[in-house]
Design a binder for this molecule. Sequence first.
Ligand SMILES: N[C@@H](CCC[C@H](N)C(=O)O)C(=O)O
Length: 281
Amino acid sequence: MEIEFIKMQGLGNDFILLDNRKGDIRHPYPDLSKKLCSRHFGIGADGMILILKSVAQDIKFRIYNSDGSQAQMCGNGMRCFAKILYENKILPQKKMRVDTKAGTVIPEVITDEAGRVSSVRVDMGEPVLFCRDIPFKSPNEIAVEEFLTVGDKECGIIPVSMGNPHAVMFVDDLERVDVKKIGRSIETHERFPEKTNVEFVEVVNDKELKMKVWERGAGMTLACGTGACAALVAANLTGRTSKSAVVHLDGGDLDIQWNKETNHVFKTGPATKVFEGRIRI
Ligand SMILES: N[C@@H](CCC[C@H](N)C(=O)O)C(=O)O
């Protein structure tokens, strides 16, 4: 069968969006994601996102990584998702309640004078710090900094979940980090039973961070939205930044705020349609 797709990117973190509200795409999603995301044999992307019908919320969001594994949430993908729902009039409202595997997430599209979506602000919910819920194996309930043995080194990380697991590692010089080597080892470290995304973060000042990422199930990407939120939470918890900061990623900047009153993390950034088409599966 032939299906329609939309290719999108948020700061170079790229996705294939499929509208399966009618349920006519029956192909197993893990296999479909692997095929479509292949940069050589498919469309090419870091992940595949499904637009699905929801009973409890306005709409349902599901994300698969390029290796076929399913993730609970995706921050950059959520901005792309909200932009398409609004621009294609799938939902009429700017602020929508989205059912994700990590609970309800609330994106809000921001439009310019011409009515076009200029950015998307996402209420990402509360960060999760309890080790058992991340999940991260530790004798402590909350791990503010723990050391993992990676090869012959001890790496200090802060585990945080934004619905999906993250290991945040602060470094002095981001350019000197072997993101692939250390990222891969921490992703599959036995203390993260569901694997983890890995963020390498350099503090610029108390309102700016620089970050590179190794994503679970996708490898090195140009940006990670949930990762940027986890980085801000870890930086603030350890006294490195205030509760709001700009995170500079290889693909561009994200604005992250951790609201004191609600404990929710808000993320604002762009989303762009790259092209759309049809593909035989
Ligand atoms: N790129 C994403 C996160 C995608 C899922 C992640 N690889 C996982 O397995 O948890 C983002 O922008 O948050």
